[in-house]
Design a protein around this ligand. Sequence first.
Ligand code: ATP
Length: 239
Amino acid sequence: MTILSVTDLDVRYGQFRAVRGVSFDLQKGEVVALIGANGAGKTTLLRALAGANRIHAGSVHLHGADITASPSHQRVAAGLALVPEGRRLFLDMTVTENLMLGRTAGRPGDWTVERVFETFPNLIKRRHAATGTMSGGEQQATAIGRALMSNPDVLILDEVSLGLSPLVVDQVYASLGGLLKTGTTVILVEQDLSRAMAVADRVICMLEGRVQLDSRTAATSREAITRAYFGTAPQGEHA
Ligand code: ATP
């Protein structure tokens, strides 16, 4: 069942087309890794899906409803949640307070503070701590938990690894593992190709604002993704 449909999307900064004619459909329960070099347009695309960047042309449909021009809060209410790059938490509020904010923006559903703590057990002992005093990994888990509290059908994660040590990234992904099996549809930006291929059913690689490769993970190879990433043709072909 198609849950999110993106058609011929164009997003611009002034005259500069950061996202160019991007189209893809997401099926319920798919986990998609969005990859691409710095500046490829990944964050711009995710922010456009979430309503944080204005869409210049094309359309976005969620559950068949056109949300292309909807403000962010309406998209959250319709079931789409973004965990932004840099997390954007309220640092003087506690973990629980940050999580409850996700609830006010969202819609009814199964996610509760307790369920977030089951998913991210490292947060339990920190539940009354001011978020600003916590480690990067704990803050990232809180940011993901806050998005989950809105009961999204589509969860968008922009660079969950950014600024975290490899050990902490392992912990965040280990916690995410359980979530990824719950049938939530996920788009995640991940710079580490091995990690992206390990968690995702499908890989979409962007190059200079366009989709260069869109494939089921099992049907592609590291080499093909690397070529798409750098925009190089396979041996014997000309770009
Ligand atoms: P990164 O991995 O570095 O975050 P990205 O793939 O997410 O890269 P974007 O951040 O979406 O890429 O940037 C896409 C292009 O748009 C880049 O050329 C970038 O310089 C440009 N860009 C991004 N934000 C702005 C902005 N606010 N104003 C003007 N240009 C921007």
